[in-house]
Write a protein that binds this ligand. Structure first.
Ligand code: NDP
Length: 315
């Protein structure tokens, strides 16, 4: 989930060298590069195979933040040369109608990826709906089959935000094998899949959460520290090992000097003094999420047609 654009005072924050010691990882530039790679691959698929990858996004109700996300996903899908199919359903849509739409999308050969925008209205069972999606088209990687495949180290569709974090880490470090990684947060959409991906790259992984004792000491062990909590600035600089890479997944809306701004889970100023590299908020992990959604749609289209997967765009 990236933040809706044009809402927060600091969303265009510049990235680059921090002047504080740490390299600032420019997620906006990295995401643009990934989108460019996707677009190039899509152009080759069209030319060589007459294949246009297609992404269907389903939005139920009128949540303003979800509206912005869906618009942004549709726009970036088209910019990458892929087909975008938007399905906007009324807030009181029945579960049966939503499941029937998913069945139709599962059967549609022009649709390679299906994303149901969360959260769903309360009367709909999100687990049931997500698990109705064909796992091969589950570009969010939330289907229970994909969760199981990732957990057992098999080829799967990988959740977009952790995939984006992994791409940034590989780009920075090359091989991650043997590194000590700490993931703070154990949600199904970020913390757990992030930990699985780092384990898949042979890191030594610790997952911390709200019951972890002496979280500061646990974090100080990390060569790679991933924060996915949802608490503004909760990780201070003295929890960071000198030279560590800090990936801040948190997106928190706070008020500063009477304005709404976005901040991460990491106290950026104190952590940037100690870390070797750090992602800012905004402009770090956020932009990678939609870029990885496009990458997953491309991967799904290649797999569905028995073609080679795009290199460097999968786990
Ligand atoms: P969840 O609320 O689902 O999970 C939060 C996790 O943080 C839980 O595992 C919880 O532990 C843990 N936690 C809460 N308080 C503490 C604490 N004091 N110390 C240690 N751990 C704690 O959040 P998500 O994983 O969905 O999202 C996390 C953040 O990432 C949010 O800010 C969200 O907005 C952002 N996000 C950003 C995305 C992006 O594109 N950049 C995409 C998705 C999310 P426990 O399990 O014990 O309760």
């Amino acid at each position: 989930m990236d933040a809706p654009r044009g809402v927060f005072d600091n969303e265009e924050a510049a990235t680059g060298e921090s002047g504080m010691g740490a390299t600032i990882i420019d997620g906006k530039a990295f995401a643009a590069k990934v989108r460019g790679q996707v677009a190039e691959h899509v152009a080759r698929l069209k030319a060589a195979h007459g294949l246009t990858p297609g992404l269907a996004v389903v939005l139920v109700g009128e949540d303003p933040a979800s509206e912005v996300y869906v618009r942004s996903k549709g726009k970036q899908t088209v910019e990458a040369g892929m087909a975008s199919f938007e399905h906007r359903l009324a807030a009181d849509t029945s579960e049966a109608d939503l499941l029937a739409l998913i069945d139709r999308l599962n059967a549609d050969p022009q649709v390679h990826g299906i994303l149901v925008q969360l959260p769903l209205p309360k009367h709909l069972n999100a687990e049931l709906v997500i698990n109705r999606i064909d796992p091969a088209k589950d570009v969010d990687g939330f289907h229970i089959s994909n969760v199981g495949l990732l957990g057992t180290g098999q080829k799967s569709m990988v959740p977009c935000t952790p995939l984006g974090c992994l791409m940034m880490l590989r780009d920075l470090h090359g091989r991650l094998a043997g590194m000590e990684a700490v993931v703070v947060g154990r949600s199904n959409i970020v913390g757990k899949p992030m930990a699985q991906l780092l384990l898949g790259d042979s890191c030594t992984v610790t997952i911390a959460h709200s019951r972890t004792k002496d979280l500061g000491a646990v974090c100080r062990r990390a060569d790679i520290l991933v924060a996915a909590v949802g608490r503004p600035g909760m990780i201070p600089g003295d929890w960071v090992k000198p030279g560590a890479t800090v990936i801040d997944v948190g997106i928190n809306r706070v008020e500063k000097a009477g304005k709404q701004v976005l901040v991460g889970d990491v106290d950026f100023d104190s952590c940037a003094k100690v870390a070797g590299a750090i992602t800012p908020v905004p402009g770090g992990v956020g932009p990678m999420t939609i870029a990885c959604l496009l990458a997953n749609t491309l991967t799904a289209a290649c797999r569905a047609n028995g073609l080679n997967e795009p290199e460097g765009l999968t786990a």
